[in-house]
Design a protein around this ligand. Sequence first.
Ligand code: ACM
Ligand code: ZN
Length: 580
Amino acid sequence: MKKILFSFLLLCAPLLLHAQRADYGIIPQPKSVTVDDSQFFILQSGMGIAYDAGNPEVARNAQFLHRWVEELTGVHLQMTPQDKKAAIRLVLGFPADKKAKKNKKGTQAPALTEQQQEAYAITIDKSGILIQARQPIGFFRAAQTLRKSLPIRPTSSRQGGEELRAANERSEALSLTGEREEGLFFPYVQIQDEPRFVYRGAHLDCARHFFSVETIKTYLDLMALHGCNQFHWHFTEDQGWRFEVKALPELAKKGSVRNQTVLGRNSGIYDGQRYGGYYTQEQCREIVNYAAERYINVIPEIDMPGHMMGALHVYPNLGCTGGPYPVWEQWGVSHEVLCAGNPETMTFLKTVFGELCDVFPSKYIHIGGDECPKSRWKNCPKCQAKARELGLKDDGKHSIENQLQTWINHEMEQFLKERGRDMIGWDEVLEGGLTEGGIVMSWRGINGGIEAARQHHRVIMTPTDYCYIDYYQLKDQWGQPLGIGGYLPVSKVYGFEPLIPDQLSDEEQKYILGPQVNLWCEYVGYPEHVFYMLLPRLDAISEVQWCRSEQKDFENFKARLPRMLKLYDRLGVNYCHQIE
Ligand code: ACM
Ligand code: ZN
């Protein structure tokens, strides 16, 4: 019987060759994809990747591609930098650019936008896979596109049992016959791509709950997979201060630990367990470098002058009443905030933001500015004396206390400007009159963003209704982990149009840098829940960030989503399986 089976397998070996076919229906969808699926290029183990080995950034991206092909398909390519005939070739420069330069002799070619710097082209035909890019970043984007197009070999132990068993049996049979299994079939294609928005963000609250460096790296990997380029790292809060400040060693040590945490939505019942954790500056640098290799900028946020109980616990003299203050054990907005009239407050902020700028090279630094109740300031002699010193008067539009906050913002903006940085603030920074160079993060709807764009301030759009992925994503909330409330299904995220064309002129729309999703973590305490909230809503926002509005079609998006979900299975990350 064994003999018969063996002879049968020998006869069938060529048929068993596992033809795995690429599919360019990826997320986010490239700007243009022209497929000819009557012809294929077959990529096999042993074929090469050619690239400029003298350029470490290009070499790194070639390595990424090499690794991803192997991880997902088992096809092992060779790094063959010099080989002009390699199956995959990474070539810097677009021939069309050179032509344009020649045609415009004497005239200055217009400067390329940041999006155009990210552009890439992939051509697959009988000579193989040609990747062209203006800058090394384009190779990274192209490598991600190819990665998402790859057929996934079912080898992960997380994969369904049947599929895995079948694959194992097949490879045993093939090894008996000496036949190779690999062979990736790429339909001929022309892909041209560049993103729509310059700013494509995702935020993570690591203050309400603390997440490990490894979890943050996975978050960054997922962002990079979707073409996101700005990680907004929220890491100070009433419930914990999580950034090491070397000049203030007690700050993170003590300010990061709360004695207990309320259960549910401020139920009044507490878990009785100490909770804490903070990031050393060395870890922050590690994350900055990891992100940079994936073309993601890390924007740190120190949220001030509200959301400061973590710091006030350690330095009660910085509060209007002098404390004592616990690291907060419940959720919501505390009315205990930094005292605006105490000169030590500004010294504290400059020490903290000074070290923040040392650790984070980001052009953008986030100062928070949201949800700062003014009840303490109204009754604080020091705050009121400061307001008098500054000559602040209620002008009917801006209260004295709101203007006091603007004064702090202005001081910080100047401080950051001296270090070559731009300040971002939540849209409350508009309330006391926006400082001149500030960037507004519009979260309480789109109106703050509209107002700021009309005043010719740059804007990042993160309105709760479309971008708050701490909200539930399914109507039926009972089967899901406890959340803050709300309802933001994938379809609604997908439907967001950040330029608000019916309210902003073409000129005003230029001030909208791009959209961002925010993941607040009062109720999100472990990594599986983080990724459950993120995916697949990150897929939806990535098309808002990357694709032109005329390209978008939710039904078409939904049809492309299952392949992404399969990839998440393969990568071992959790996601919400239901789509609404
Ligand atoms: C915010 O959601 N408090 C910015
Ligand atoms: Zn005060």
